[in-house]
Design a protein around this ligand. Structure first.
Ligand code: TYM
Length: 333
């Protein structure tokens, strides 16, 4: 069976984009793949995190995975820092990847902002750690949102260069991105040209997984739209990114195609559509949020899932790491 690896950063404000772009697809894939899902706490610290908040957020992301329906018995949920192979392989990949490759990464440019001199070295080397996450398990498929595509291309380049440099053809697979559904890039509710993001200073720009029903309804009501009616086909999205975004969210949440959604609402006004969308979002997210709250109230179960997951992740990755060290020429006496 092919193996999936994917991860989420525990940096607070887990949102609808993370759910629709990633976790929901993970749940759908788990019958057909062996899955390893990781709370990537080492990626999180590439930007400053308050230690107590990082701890709480790690549990919250794991709880969100469980509450969304990831089967932690059949598959693995763990936090990255507990399996030392991630850091070990990331170092080796720091020595395989080229500066020129990393210089092209758009996420570093976005996150580092204007003052690049002050960004952490970890933020720069972030994609190498991500490649290590995936290849430490020789994962073949990586379900992610659209924004991770460039990082995955880099992981493929690193895999190919390692195999080539060390003369070990096919040692690492070429991991395939799985970018699925109608909400692969959920945009801000306030600006349809900006990605919905954990770090947007406006809370009205995103639906958080922890928002209650009233907040979800309010945020959808306040979402940016225009005065025209809803279009009947995708051509009507031209120059209206906010409309495309809200209809994409509706399609994803209702498990419909974009065409079905367009047909359903063609000619309607936004008042009616937003009411439908808010009802749907509350109906779909409510049960997940209830379960998240239940899990967080007594986090022993979440901790146990993470502990057990880390143990199983170690069991898979340790023999692979031994092979890698041998291939590189590290003496083991
Ligand atoms: P992160 O924590 O930013 O996001 C987690 C997942 O959510 C997806 N996502 C979105 N999808 C649609 N619309 C959005 N607005 C949106 N925002 C986020 C992301 O694409 C991702 O799938 N580098 C990764 C974490 C990572 C990883 C890995 C992923 C570390 N190692 C190995 C896959 C494999 C990240 O920062 O995701």
């Amino acid at each position: 069976m092919s193996r999936i690896f994917s991860g989420i950063q525990p940096t607070g404000n887990l949102h609808l984009g993370n759910y629709l772009g990633a976790v929901r697809n993970w749940v759908k894939l788990q019958d057909d793949f062996e899955c390893i899902f990781c709370v990537v706490d080492m990626h999180a610290i590439t930007m400053w995190q308050e230690p107590a908040e990082l701890t709480a957020s790690t549990r919250e992301v794991a709880a969100a995975m469980i509450a969304s329906g990831v089967d932690a018995k059949q598959h693995i949920i763990f936090n990255q820092s507990q399996v030392s192979g991630h850091a070990e392989l990331a170092w080796i990949f720091n020595c395989v990847a080229r500066l020129g490759w990393l210089n092209r990464m758009t996420q570093f440019k976005d996150k580092a902002g204007k003052n690049k001199e002050n960004a952490s070295v970890g933020l720069y080397a972030y994609p190498n750690l991500m490649a290590a996450d995936i290849l430490l398990y020789k994962a073949t498929h990586v379900p992610v949102g659209e924004d991770q595509k460039q990082h995955l291309e880099l992981a493929r380049d690193i895999a190919a260069k390692f195999n080539n440099d060390f003369g070990v053809e096919n040692f690492f697979p070429q991991p395939e991105p799985l970018i699925l559904g109608t909400a692969t890039r959920v945009m801000s509710l306030k600006d349809g040209t900006k990605k919905m993001s954990k770090s947007d200073p406006s809370d009205l720009s995103r639906i958080n997984m922890t928002d209650d029903a009233d907040t979800i309804v309010k945020k959808i009501r306040k979402a940016k739209t225009d005065a025209e009616a809803l279009p009947g086909d995708v051509k009507g999205f031209e120059g209206r990114p906010e409309v495309a975004n809200l209809m994409g969210i509706y399609a994803a949440l209702s498990d419909a195609t974009m065409d079905e959604t367009l047909t359903k609402f063609a000619g309607e006004g936004f008042g009616t559509f937003k009411q439908h969308l808010a009802d749907l979002a509350v109906a779909k997210l409510g049960p997940i949020q209830d379960e998240m709250r239940r899990l967080m109230a007594a986090p022993d179960h979440v901790d146990q899932v993470l502990r057990d997951g880390a143990e199983r992740a170690r069991a898979i990755s340790e023999p692979i790491m031994q092979d890698i060290k041998k291939t590189v020429g590290f003496l083991n006496v």
